[in-house]
Design a protein around this ligand. Structure first.
Ligand SMILES: [Zn+2]
Length: 507
């Protein structure tokens, strides 16, 4: 009998050693130390939890390590023992992240080694962007992705709500935006947009119309769900380009040219009524969203109309602007002042650097990383979302369904380092963080959107949270595989998807 017990103890010990060697947790924590004993994941669900929220106690546990205030807020120490769990944090946010760690360890490991984890984030902005204009998914889908983001300790959801193919948020002062331009006859984006010129819109309620939008109540529901998970939702209201839908609803916002001008996308910054429109829309958006930031787009305006529009030319003369780039800069600066008056800061795509950057603007660097490096040198905050690493509409496999863009497999996503050597230690605080962008030109269905997000979002989460020296591709690949299997059980489509899964909407 004694022999059997010894053998059992030996086997259990081996399991623990194995569990220790293969800690399945994303993102990897700062410090992990295994203790004796292990617990089955079933037992973890019933463990007694003792929580202490005390900055003083946490600082003592950090033993002199210097953390920024925002890091301290998210930091936690977790002690997992056979009899219970002890969490120490300076703030509720830290307790929340400790619980996410426990949740992931229990979900991914059948047996978890007793341990102590001391952990905090490397970067303050760890985000995902979803384009809901080109194809609309709706509230349940968004909440499902917020749930996964929370598990991965991601904390910013960039909501791309308006763009050429559809306006997706209720604005009471301009009801045609949702009554008319949230709906179109064709569901699939490329059936609607031909040769970079958008197709028609139809009235809400038209039989067979494709589209949808978020009511103010929907937004309130999403924000409440996100707040409980310590995720800030940042809305994007595009200007001055990507406004085909706005002009379809309110043609008077286009340049004073036949048909609004050759470029069908842009608002006219020469007209005061354009600013009146943007300010009224933003006021309603500020009322709905409580984020510190508002994203104002700023990308891909062609500006050809402005060169010949009498209103734009008059504005340039009156303001002493020498180029249409300076006219765009005038518009962004003016909108930044408006945002400041209402206690908000702006983020824009890196084109907002052209013609002079608004003083307090944060730059989302998407054309590679150079624009971001330039903005950092000029003293601006930057979020890195480089196309060739973090554009999640790019394919993971050349044979993938509706593959577009470059080949951006998981390892490539994982390899991105946001604090490149050319950023000095003194400037590093300007790098707010990282974000994966899911543009949806080719992504119509929910399963397809998830397949593009996962597992690549796991890699972005680890780059945003874990210390650079903790990153390890072979180990991450193993952990990502374990999380992928569990996520599939929870109903997420993770690349590569199960080949037996029905692909509704496939062509
Ligand atoms: Zn104009």
């Amino acid at each position: 009998m004694k022999g059997i017990l010894l053998a059992l103890a030996f086997v259990c010990g081996l399991m623990c050693v194995k569990a220790q060697a293969q800690l399945n947790l994303i993102p990897a924590p700062v410090e992990y130390s295994a203790r004796s004993g292990c617990i089955s994941s079933k037992e973890m669900a019933g463990l007694h939890e003792k929580v202490r929220i005390s900055q003083k106690t946490l600082l003592r546990l950090l033993k002199g390590r210097k953390l920024e205030d925002w890091q301290l807020k998210s930091a936690y120490q977790l002690e997992l023992g056979k009899k219970g769990v002890k969490i120490v944090a300076a703030d509720e946010e830290g307790v929340f992240y400790a619980r996410q760690t426990l949740r992931m360890m229990a979900s991914l490991n059948s047996s978890v080694t007793c341990c102590t984890i001391l952990d905090w984030p490397r970067l303050r902005y760890r985000g995902v962007m979803l384009d809901e204009s080109r194809h609309f998914q709706g509230k349940d889908f968004v909440m499902k992705q917020l749930e996964m983001m929370a598990l991965l300790k991601m904390n910013r959801f960039h909501f791309h709500l308006v763009d050429n193919p559809g306006w997706r948020v209720q604005i009471d002062s301009y009801p045609k935006l949702t009554r008319l331009t949230a709906w179109r006859p064709q569901a699939y984006f490329w059936d609607w947009e031909k040769n970079e010129i958008g197709g028609p819109f139809v009235e809400e309620g038209t039989p067979g119309a494709y589209g949808g939008y978020y009511t103010k109540q929907d937004i309130a529901d999403i924000l409440s769900f996100a707040n409980e998970r310590h995720i800030e939702v940042i809305p994007e209201i595009e200007m001055p380009g990507h406004n085909y839908e706005t002009r379809a609803a309110y043609p008077e916002l286009a340049c004073s040219l036949p048909g609004g001008g050759k470029d069908p996308w842009e608002l006219c910054p020469g007209k005061e009524r354009t600013f009146e429109f943007l300010e009224k829309v933003l006021l309603e958006v500020f009322d709905m969203f409580h984020s510190q930031y508002i994203h104002i787009g700023g990308d891909e305006a062609r500006k050809n109309n402005w060169k010949v529009c009498p209103d734009c030319q008059a504005r340039m003369k009156a303001e002493g602007l020498k180029s249409v780039e300076e006219l765009q800069s005038y518009m962004i600066r003016r909108m930044e002042r408006f945002a400041h008056e209402h206690g908000k800061r702006i983020i824009g795509w890196d084109e907002i650097l052209q013609g002079g950057l608004a003083p307090d603007a944060t730059v989302m660097s998407w054309h590679g990383i150079e624009a971001g490096l330039q903005a950092v040198k000029e003293g601006h905050d930057v979020i890195f979302t480089p196309t060739h690493y973090y554009y999640l509409d790019y394919h993971q496999d050349p044979a993938q369904f509706r593959a577009v863009g470059r080949h951006v497999p998981l390892e490539k996503v994982y390899s991105f380092e946001p604090l490149s050597e050319s950023i000095s230690e003194a400037d590093a605080h300007h790098v707010l963080g990282v974000q994966g962008n899911l543009w949806t030109e080719h992504v119509q269905d929910a399963w397809h959107a998830e397949m593009m997000l996962y597992p690549r979002v796991f890699a972005i989460a680890e780059t945003g949270w874990s210390q650079a020296e903790k990153k390890n591709w072979p180990d991450f690949e193993r952990r990502a595989s374990a999380l992928s299997q569990v996520a599939r059980k929870w109903g997420y489509t993770v690349y590569p998807p199960d080949s037996t899964r029905p692909r509704e909407g496939c062509d």
